[in-house]
Design a protein around this ligand. Sequence first.
Ligand code: 3Y8
Ligand code: NAP
Length: 252
Amino acid sequence: MTRILLLGGTTEASALAQRLAECGADAVFSYAGRTDAPVSQSLPTRIGSFGGVDGLVRYLQRNSITHVVDATHPFAAQMSRNALQACNLTGTSMIALERPAWQAEAGDNWTHVPDIEASVTALPDQPARVFLAIGRQNLAAFASKPQHHYLLRLVDAGPVPLPRESTIIARGPFEVAGDTALLRDHAITHIVAKNAGGAGAAAKLGAARTLNLPIIMIDRPALPPRHLASSVNEVLAWLAHSGTGSGTERGV
Ligand code: 3Y8
Ligand code: NAP
């Protein structure tokens, strides 16, 4: 009997959840509980961490999970590493739904950096006005350059560790027109972004192109080799062909 654990938190995960619900799949959606009120899903949903690899192994065993789909964000590297390890330990089938990295287009002004710390170093010393479109978890690193005015976009309100900042509370996905107006209204001179891929966070790339602004692009953390899919349909085909049920059961 196929039972699916869908590790979510991205637009693609939500789209896959919808498709699984439509075909009556036996699946559960998982959020980390990082935001106060995550978007509701069309699958039964669990919220909160598993408790490391051991906790995830116990979860897989206790819930008779046969397939794991890792549709987390490319920067959710710890979750992805844990999922791979737990699935190897329990012999659970796993696939990762990974969206392609963004590529700079002709005329774009991107500086690639390997991590958050390098993105701080890449900022100028002269005071600038910086759009930090990286969420909340990594803001503390920028306190070492307090001379800049930071425009922050966060999912939930809360204290931020930066002396000069303006905060926008918004949950994507975002549009180019809205991001262009935002960057212009705040006289932004630099953008820091994670190479998230996908459409949900791509609006700022188009806005930077329109306004001819430089982007400091944080490359994705490296992950161990794993079975990859780049679309929802590819995951559904994998589930249909690797399902363990007899021919008579509803495929997914
Ligand atoms: C909790 C679930 C859906 C999923 C939507 C996508 C698109 C909108 C764009 C900017 C960049 C950022 C951030 C972002 C985007 C989608 C997707 C995506 C970027 C929610 C969600 C959860 C999170 C966690 C949150 C992080 C933060 C990152 C904000 C829900 C809305 C910056 C990543 O306050 C915090 O602690 C926020 C933490 C991890 C990165 C960070 O380090 O701060 N996402 N984002 C998930 C969970 O609990 O498991 O609340 O509804 C999901 C989405 N965020 O179904 O429509 O698919 O990427 N999320 C980045 O890409 O740089 C915003 O502002 O331009
Ligand atoms: P992370 O750093 O890789 O994960 C840290 C720990 O959070 C994991 O080890 C796990 O705890 C728990 N966790 C993460 N994702 C989980 C999930 N879907 N279900 C249950 N537990 C989860 O992850 P993150 O970067 O904080 O991302 C957290 C969530 O936000 C993920 O769902 C991700 O898809 C979403 N998100 C992240 C970003 C981003 O920029 N990082 C952007 C958009 C959406 P235990 O080890 O204790 O089990």
